[in-house]
Structure formats: C-alpha cells, structure tokens
Design a protein around this ligand. Structure first.
Ligand SMILES: NC(=O)c1ccc[n+]([C@@H]2O[C@H](COP(=O)([O-])OP(=O)(O)OC[C@H]3O[C@@H](n4cnc5c(N)ncnc54)[C@H](OP(=O)(O)O)[C@@H]3O)[C@@H](O)[C@H]2O)c1
Length: 279
C-alpha cells in the first residue's frame, strides 16, 4: 500500500501494542477501499499517554484507537466525551475534530451489539434479562449498551462483588448485582449470557460456570476470542444454545473510528474476519 504526502493518518495507542490486531484490520480496509491513508501502531508508555494523546492534532493525526492500559487516561485527557464514553468511563476511539479539539468515544458496546445481531439472527436486547459475568473495563461498555438497547435488566456477577456494585452505581439503574456463589442461579432467568472475564482465554482456566440451569433459548457469547471457541461456548453449543464468538466485537468496534478518520463506512465481511484471524 503506497501512501502519499496527503495521506490521512490514524493509529492504535497501547503499551504494549505489538499484539494488537487493529493495524491489520484497518490496513485491510484502507487497501479494500483504496484510501490514501495509514494506520500505525503507537507504542506509548503509561507516563506519556496523556502527552501523546494531546499531541495528535499537532502531528496531523485524524485520531487513534486507545487500548490497554490507556483507556481511562484517554477519557481524562480529551476535550469532550460522547455519551458512549461517558457511560463506559473509558475511551477506545479518539477523533480530532475540525477545530483541532479531541473527542473521546467508546465503540466497544456498539461492536458488542453489532456482533451479537450479526451472529445470532433475530436476537434482541429486549428479549429478556442478560446475565453478564465480569465487571472489568469491557463489561462497563457492554452493560451500558445492553440497557441502552432495551434489555429489561442486567444481572451482574463478578468474583469481586464491590467492583460489580461500583459498576451498577455508575450506570445508575437497570443492573442487579448477585453474589459470585449465586451465578448459576441467575442463569435460570437469562435470555443472554455474556462472559466478559479473562477466564477461558488461552493460558487461563475455563470460566467456572455450570450451564445446567440456562434455558435452551438463551444466546451465549464470550468476548474472549483466543481461542475462538472458548470452553464456555463449546459447552453451550454442545447443549444446544446459540453461541456467538468474540472476534466480531473487535471487528465491529473498529467501524465508527474508520468512518470518522478515513471517510468511508467499512463493512465487516467473512474475508476480513479470516484475514484478521490469520495474523
Ligand atoms: N472481543 C473484543 O473486542 C474484546 C474487547 C475488550 C476486551 N476483550 C477481552 O475481554 C477480557 C476482559 O477485558 P477487560 O479489559 O474487561 O479486563 P479487566 O478490566 O482486567 O477485567 C477482568 C475481569 O475478569 C475477572 N476475572 C479475572 N480473573 C478471574 C478469575 N480467576 N475468576 C473469575 N473472574 C476473574 C475480573 O474479576 P475481578 O474484578 O474479581 O478481578 C474482572 O471482572 C479480556 O480477555 C480481553 O482480551 C475482548
């Protein structure tokens, strides 16, 4: 891909950033849509993250994605937050506006919902309560997105109960926190089950959760995508539940940033999915 002196530039800021699939993902779209642009990894240590984000307009960047561990710093550094970032308390997409100011957005919730809707045809947030396991950074965006999209209630279980209570308080309604020991009881009410913990990831033990009480009609999704079929998805599929893997969330969350920086609404296709997974 050849870029000109007029190329639009964006990137992904993280520490470390070498494992990020975002350059490959955006690179695929830049090539596919023939955009004169570049999307680069920005390896920035935590103590320089705020400075690096503030420097984006001076460097002529259109903006950037922000990944671990900079999402909260980004939220505190940008000039304004949109609703999604305010609700999530974190920023994963920074856009340099026409006047040179910085807007922080959070597209994780959008990516999560789009992935579910694409992967489980006919699924609707208002079908019934959602059980969300985990209350970390990703869970915040997902809980907010589910409620905003019409979920009647989110039943939230986290190993550390206080963290779930803080999340519920910050979201301000619609979240019922349950004890970790009650997590299997909660499943009986679920129309959707979401794993947002790191459990099930390669190198981590499987999520400790028996699906015995889960209705057969419930959709099960995991935001962990290495491996694609986590032990949770494997078990759910084996007992007849519809399952949706997590890589689509990564692909769909990238769409709004690409559109804002490069001016093209990109599509998530099977070819893109295979290309990103082939990294
Ligand atoms: N598909 C995507 O696009 C996407 C996007 C974002 C994140 N992710 C993935 O989602 C996962 C979570 O990310 P995050 O940023 O939310 O992480 P995080 O903020 O560090 O939260 C980690 C969560 O995992 C729980 N946990 C950790 N070890 C556990 C254990 N042994 N038993 C039970 N729960 C445990 C934590 O519970 P405690 O509060 O008790 O510690 C917490 O709820 C990561 O694997 C990440 O790669 C995927």
């Amino acid at each position: 891909m050849i870029v000109s002196g007029k190329a639009k530039v964006a990137g992904v800021m993280g520490w470390p950033v070498g494992h990020s699939r975002s350059p490959r993902l955006h690179g695929f779209w830049l090539d596919r849509y023939g955009v004169d642009g570049a999307y680069v990894p920005l390896s920035v240590p935590p103590e320089r993250a705020a400075e690096a984000i503030r420097a984006l307009p001076a460097l002529g960047f259109r903006g950037c994605n922000v990944t671990v561990p900079h999402k909260e710093v980004a939220a505190a550094t940008v000039d304004r937050l949109d609703d999604s970032a305010r609700r999530a308390g974190a920023v994963n997409t920074v856009v340099v506006l026409e006047d040179g100011t910085l807007e922080g957005r959070n597209t994780d919730g959008f990516g999560f919902l789009e992935n579910l809707k694409a992967g489980a045809r006919g699924w609707r947030a208002d079908a019934g309560p959602a059980v969300v396991v985990g209350a970390g950074g990703a869970a915040r965006a997902i809980v907010a997105a589910l409620l905003d999209d019409g979920a009647p209630e989110v039943l939230l279980v986290n190993r550390t109960r206080e963290r779930a209570e803080q999340l519920a308080a910050d979201i301000g309604g619609g979240v019922r926190v349950l004890d970790w020991v009650s997590r299997e009881t909660a499943l009986a009410e679920a129309a959707l089950l979401v794993n947002t913990t790191t459990q099930g990831m390669a190198g981590h033990p499987p999520l400790d959760l028996s699906l015995e009480r889960l209705p057969a009609s419930a959709v099960v999704t995991d935001i962990v995508y290495t491996p694609l079929m986590t032990p949770l998805l494997h078990d759910a599929h084996a007992r007849g539940n519809r399952v949706v893997d997590g890589v689509g969330m990564l692909l769909h969350q990238a769409r709004p940033g690409f559109a804002a920086w490069f001016g093209v609404e990109p599509e998530v296709t099977e070819e893109l999915r295979r290309f990103v997974l082939g990294a």
